[in-house]
Design a protein around this ligand. Structure first.
Ligand SMILES: [Zn+2]
Length: 158
């Protein structure tokens, strides 16, 4: 491993010039220095990863979970005062709340279920990571599920 003295970029041993700034590179650094730098890099990467927290349970997801509980209580009341036909519709509301609640508080669990559809497509199934799009859709899905469940119950009231 070589480190550019001009810009600090880490370079492969066989390089003569820095690929980032074009400066001529010195001899490779010692093994102990290399270990130190590798550790620093991996720490920075894991810090960045935690900051982005792709499947994080942040405050908005906790609010969504609370709203689900409130909506479920509301639907339960409607369920109890309804006739059989409407009751069978309100079951869909409960399914929406259950999905939304689980995805808000236990995103890792839902992700494991979701990635099973790729089970036969990838050899390195265990290494699959949620994409940026998946993480975005997951958050939208949590809110859409609450809205969908509530709409069904409210429509039953009309
Ligand atoms: Zn450089």
């Amino acid at each position: 491993m070589k480190v550019c003295k001009e810009c600090g970029a880490v370079q492969q041993d066989e390089r003569i010039f820095c690929i980032d700034c074009g400066e001529k590179l010195d001899e490779p650094i010692s093994e102990s220095e290399e270990e130190k730098i590798t550790e620093e890099i991996s720490q920075t990467i894991s810090e960045q990863y935690e900051k982005n927290d792709p499947l994080g349970v942040d405050i908005s997801m906790k609010i969504a979970a609370c709203l689900n509980v409130a909506a479920a209580i509301f639907s339960l009341i409607v369920f109890l005062i309804s006739n059989n036909q409407i009751q069978s519709l309100i079951w869909f509301s409960f399914i929406c709340y259950a999905f939304s609640f689980t995805d808000a508080l236990f995103p890792e669990f839902v992700w494991i279920l979701t990635k099973f559809r790729d089970f036969f497509r990838y050899d390195n199934f265990d290494d699959l990571q949620p994409s940026f799009l998946y993480c975005k859709i997951r958050r939208i899905g949590v809110w859409v599920s609450i809205a969908f469940g509530l709409s069904i119950t409210i429509l039953c009231l009309i």
